[in-house]
Design a protein around this ligand. Structure first.
Ligand code: ACO
Length: 191
């Protein structure tokens, strides 16, 4: 995704980690123009992701990120667009308290790290960027894919998880459409 400003000026790393402060940790929090541009990028990414998933409204935006304790991994390609850089996509994660059903239909309370939103620009999908971004997040969070919960996974995400991490088995949930691997239910179940 191209923007009418220099993406490399906003994001110095190939993958930047954004949180409630909006700006990446290594950047100055004092520059308001920087924050406005970052907000524009986040809002456009959120809209593109919602469109790709057929959602009625974006679940990612600058204002939502400011009020939620989520972490957003943003990937750029710094070489493209004559050296100004393009945004490749993003992955948003956060902890959520969930009431899930185990295999016996018993409710259990868990608070796993959840994959909340994940998007790679249309023209760049199926080039391995999603895998690179996901693996970066796994390393940063020090977690395995099997221990994560996936919020309303799209068919593309389910195919992605099956292909790269061999994650296929899930326990259907009644109240939340979370994809949750049966193994992780056993691991996170409260005593
Ligand atoms: N149809 C089916 N499977 C797909 C598709 C597609 N159009 N695109 C990617 N995949 C899956 C396949 O398993 C594919 O392997 P294959 O090409 O051999 O079939 C694999 O992903 C490719 O892996 P990557 O190239 O690393 O993945 P990519 O960069 O495309 O990123 C992502 C995956 C984020 C799901 C991307 O396809 C995308 O943005 N899709 C649209 C938005 C979306 O559905 N996001 C997930 C929302 S659900 C949530 O966030 C909890």
């Amino acid at each position: 995704m191209e923007f009418p400003f220099d993406i490399n000026q906003l994001f110095s790393e190939r993958i930047s980690i954004l949180d409630q402060n909006l700006v990446a940790s290594r950047q100055s929090k004092e520059k308001p123009d920087l924050r406005v541009k970052i907000a524009t990028v986040l809002d456009e990414l959120g809209e593109a992701s919602a469109k790709a998933q057929d959602l009625p409204a974006p679940i990612t935006s600058a204002s939502k990120l400011q009020f939620q304790k989520h972490q957003l991994y943003l990937m750029k390609d710094g070489e493209s667009s004559r050296g100004r850089g393009v945004v490749v996509g993003f992955l948003k994660v956060g902890y959520k308290k969930l009431f899930l059903l185990d295999r016996n239909g018993v409710h259990i309370e868990v608070e796993p790290l959840c994959v909340l939103d994940f998007y790679i620009a249309e023209n760049l999908q199926r080039h391995g960027y999603g895998l690179e971004l996901f693996n970066f997040m796994l390393q940063h969070q020090n977690v395995e894919p099997v221990l994560l919960a996936y919020d309303r996974p799209s068919t593309k995400l389910l195919a992605f998880l099956a292909k790269h991490y061999n994650l296929r088995q899930s326990v259907p949930q009644v109240r939340h459409n979370f994809f949750f691997h049966a193994t992780s239910l056993r691991r996170v179940k409260k005593p």
